[in-house]
Ligand binder design. Structure first.
Ligand code: MTE
Length: 326
């Protein structure tokens, strides 16, 4: 996304972990698990590779798609989370920079029940579902990820938004002492995002607190992040500490940084190209690679309107010129 990393079919070797390394790591984790060691190998196995299983039963969601899932090892080591570093492998390496305990979420703006809530109180009422979604980055790569979480709308309704709540804004933790990426000027900090209220209330929009049946690791946005599967991945703000109901359209980080490249809506649309590359096709990061580093990516496949969720969400935009309101 940053100007100097223009998307290219050539993938930097350091950005993708070699299949052999995956294999080695997997067998190491299996052995460690068999020995009951996974929680205690200091520095050996990261949080992501030995995640904590989610508590309680996980409900299967009717919104899940039936497609080959991206390997957990790929989805947790190929990340965009600039607070934890700019290269794809940095967030997993620097996951300790994100301190998730204690965690509070401030809710304010146009609603009857604002307040500052402990994470536990935010999450407690919500049963955890598994939702297998397509995940399409604006950089033209994609994954299929089994997220664990619940409908965003179910959370928002608890704060009783009023008639002036036309939008909802989200803010990521600001902690430049620890989150070293926030000392760089690549974006204005903290990272902010937003949705129109009808988008936020759509049942496909979700808060993820886990993935692959385990707690969500830091690099993917612990302890809670947004997932909006019909939009480019950057709308999925990570590590949320604030939710604000607003009457005016809120500022969003990538739009502030490059307004002609990243619109507020940012719905996946193969017909509207990024000014610097085509959005017609994408490279999927699937499971087992046939061999080598860049083989982790499939050949290009066609990108689908609204990332394949047009039947569900198309009506939200029926009166909009999608080329103008990108
Ligand atoms: N949220 C914050 N706070 N900081 C970020 O840099 N990157 C975004 C989004 N959320 C980002 C963020 C981008 S560009 C993408 S594609 C997705 O997170 C990547 O999510 P993933 O790493 O779980 O695949």
């Amino acid at each position: 996304m940053r100007k100097r990393t223009i998307y290219s079919a050539k993938i930097r070797e350091t950005e993708v972990t070699d299949k052999a390394v995956f294999r080695q790591r997997r067998s190491f984790i299996k052995q460690a698990a068999a020995l009951g060691l996974t929680g205690s190998i200091a520095g050996g196995v990261s949080q992501a590779q030995a995640g904590t299983p989610l508590q309680g039963p996980i409900i299967k969601s009717p919104y899940s798609i039936d497609e080959e899932q991206t390997l957990k090892e790929t989805a947790t080591t190929y990340n965009n989370f600039y607070e934890l570093g700019l290269n794809k492998g940095d967030p997993a390496k620097n996951q300790n920079w994100l301190k998730t305990e204690p965690w509070t979420v401030q809710v304010d703006g146009e609603c009857s029940k604002p307040g500052t809530f402990n994470l536990e109180d935010i999450l407690k009422p919500h049963a955890i579902e598994e939702r297998i979604y397509r995940h399409r980055c604006v950089e033209a790569w994609s994954m299929v990820v089994p997220w664990n979480g619940f409908a965003l709308g179910d959370l928002l309704k608890r704060f009783e938004p009023n008639g002036n709540a036309k939008y909802v804004a989200f803010t990521t933790l600001y902690d430049p002492d620890r989150l070293e990426g926030q000392r760089s000027r690549v974006l204005e900090w903290p990272y902010v995002e937003g949705l129109r209220i009808d988008e936020a209330m759509h049942p496909l929009a979700m808060i993820a607190t886990g993935m692959y049946g385990e707690e969500i690791p830091a690099q993917n946005g612990a302890p809670m992040r947004l997932i909006v599967p019909w939009k480019y991945g950057f709308k999925g703000i990570k590590s949320i500490v604030k939710i604000t109901f607003t009457e005016e359209q809120p500022p969003t980080s990538w739009n502030l940084s490059a307004p002609h490249e990243y619109g507020f809506f940012s719905n996946v649309n193969p017909q509207v190209n990024h000014p610097r590359w085509s959005q017609a096709r994408e490279r999927k990061l699937t499971g087992e690679a046939a061999g080598g580093l860049s083989a982790l990516f499939t050949a290009k496949v066609d990108t689908l309107m609204f990332n394949g969720y047009a039947d569900e969400v198309g009506s939200l935009y029926s009166d909009m010129d999608l080329a103008k309101y990108f």
